[in-house]
Design a protein around this ligand. Structure first.
Ligand SMILES: *Cc1c(COP(=O)(O)O)cnc(C)c1O
Length: 454
């Protein structure tokens, strides 16, 4: 993708140093007085031959300590590898539900399959439409087309980078089966507006909370606000176990369905193997995943509080720089847990320097930053899906044509050219680390015409 100087994987790799760090180890948290760039001493940008603002990488991710090793080895040695022969996954599920203030949680292999199982539990299928944001990770839409439903992309709110819930009413049809908001970057979608439409129209909500562990809307944790919530514990996420996911609900009828679905259709309570009542797959979380998650949970709060404090500080410092605008939060968002620090770039404030060139210059200063999401609604595989044999059997020409027409998201298209994504690890260091991000940006701004000419 020529618009993305760093692909998502490269971005993650650039911000995650392979290796092991020990939680609570004495990584010095010194905060020398900040010298932010404005001083004339601020040197030449690295891309023009100057010395980079940073030479060290940001803190490595994930973090492990003795408890992670102990939990993992316990499962290994007891030969409790599969949840059918152990109780660690069940323990994690109980804890996860309690922490979210939800009645039920089920662990699964990953976030993608959590979404898949959630839509299956709601009987989303051929002929149905699912409303989702156009600005998200591709897994959200893959879960929809896996069910042979039609994705209906909602345009983006350029201020918050979340789905523009004010436009929900305009895309609902008689076939809308589910609203699938994403809480992008640890920030929270407008749940008041989404819940109102859901209640008024009787349409269930599945929250894709894969990036928003413990983020809150009006004091309540996301993932437990809709009919079903889905989480990812993939290695880059703020609660990681390599690969992992969870499905959360307050509704027992839905729990029965998705719990059976992840376990080859076996009944949740009886484990019955004959006389299956439910269709199923095997998406079972392993005991190793659950063991690691229980360990990772012990340090989540401490890490998150640091991230949140650093994010507030970064927001404050960036208010002094025209042209890098942090994503705003809705008034109802009472906690943003910052899987990504999202911002928008205005090249007009950088002498016309393209975002690609800006990102390159930032990289050279030792600050990893990605270009964010793209216009998912225009990804080539979607057109191929609509043209596939299955879709042509299910949907009329006319219906597919209307779907294509609905899926135009002009605001998102603009945002795709402006996004800046700083990974959460940029927020796990000291205040002076955060200061360096801004120092690098203002250096680039100062020399923008020269950089543009290279
Ligand atoms: C990570 C992610 C997923 C998928 O989770 P995996 O565990 O990687 O399968 C889905 N949706 C969003 C928004 C994500 O960020």
């Amino acid at each position: 993708m020529k618009h993305n100087p760093l692909s998502r994987r490269q971005f993650m790799a650039a911000t995650t140093v392979a290796g092991v760090s020990v939680a609570g180890s004495a990584r010095a948290i010194s905060s020398p007085p900040l010298r932010i760039a404005s001083s004339p001493a601020a040197g030449k940008p690295a891309i023009l031959g100057g010395t980079p603002v940073r030479s060290e990488s940001f803190p490595p991710w994930p973090v492990i300590a003795e408890i992670d090793e102990k939990n993992f080895l316990d499962s290994l040695r007891k030969k409790e590898w599969c949840r059918l022969y152990g109780s660690t996954t069940t323990r994690f599920e109980e804890k996860w539900a309690a922490l979210l203030g939800a009645r039920y949680a089920t662990g699964v292999v990953n976030g993608t399959n959590a979404l898949y199982a959630a839509l299956n539990a709601l009987e989303v299928g051929p002929g149905d439409e699912v409303i989702l944001p156009s600005y998200t990770f591709v897994a959200t839409v893959n879960a929809v087309v896996q069910q042979f439903a039609l994705p209906v992309f909602l345009d983006t709110d350029i201020q918050t980078l979340q789905m523009d819930a004010q436009k929900l009413d305009s895309v609902i049809t008689g076939n809308t089966r589910c609203i699938l908001p994403v809480h992008l970057g640890g920030n929270v979608a407008d749940m008041d507006a989404i819940k109102k439409v859901s209640t008024d129209r009787g349409i269930p909500v599945v929250e894709d909370a894969c990036q928003a562990h413990f983020a809150e809307w009006r004091g309540r944790r996301v993932g437990a606000l809709g009919d079903i919530g889905c989480f990812s514990f993939q290695a880059s996420k703020i609660l990681p176990c390599g690969e992992g996911g969870a499905i959360v609900t307050n509704r027992e009828d839905l729990l029965n369905r998705f719990h059976a679905f992840q376990n080859n259709g076996r009944d949740r309570l009886t484990g019955t193997r004959y006389g299956y009542q439910y269709q199923g797959s095997n998406l079972r979380m392993t005991e190793f995943q659950a063991a690691l998650l229980l360990a990772q949970l012990t340090r989540f709060e401490e890490q998150s509080q640091k991230r949140e404090a650093n994010a507030r500080y970064l927001t404050e410092l960036l208010s002094g720089i025209a042209g890098v605008q942090p994503a705003k939060m809705y008034e109802g968002c009472t906690r943003n847990t910052y899987y990504i620090f999202m911002a928008r770039y205005d090249s007009g404030q950088f002498a016309g320097l393209t975002r690609a060139k800006f990102l390159q210059a930032l990289q050279r200063e030792g600050i990893p930053c990605g270009a964010g999401n793209y216009h998912l609604n225009e990804e080539p595989f979607l057109e191929k899906t609509l043209n596939s044999r299955a879709y042509r059997q299910i949907y009329s020409e006319d219906r597919l044509k209307r779907n294509r027409e609905m899926n135009r998201c002009p605001v998102n298209k603009r945002l795709s050219e402006e996004g800046l994504f700083f990974s959460q690890t940029c927020l796990l260091g000291s205040k002076s680390d955060v200061g360096q991000i801004v120092e690098a940006i203002s250096r680039i701004q100062k020399f923008a015409p020269e950089i543009g000419a290279t």
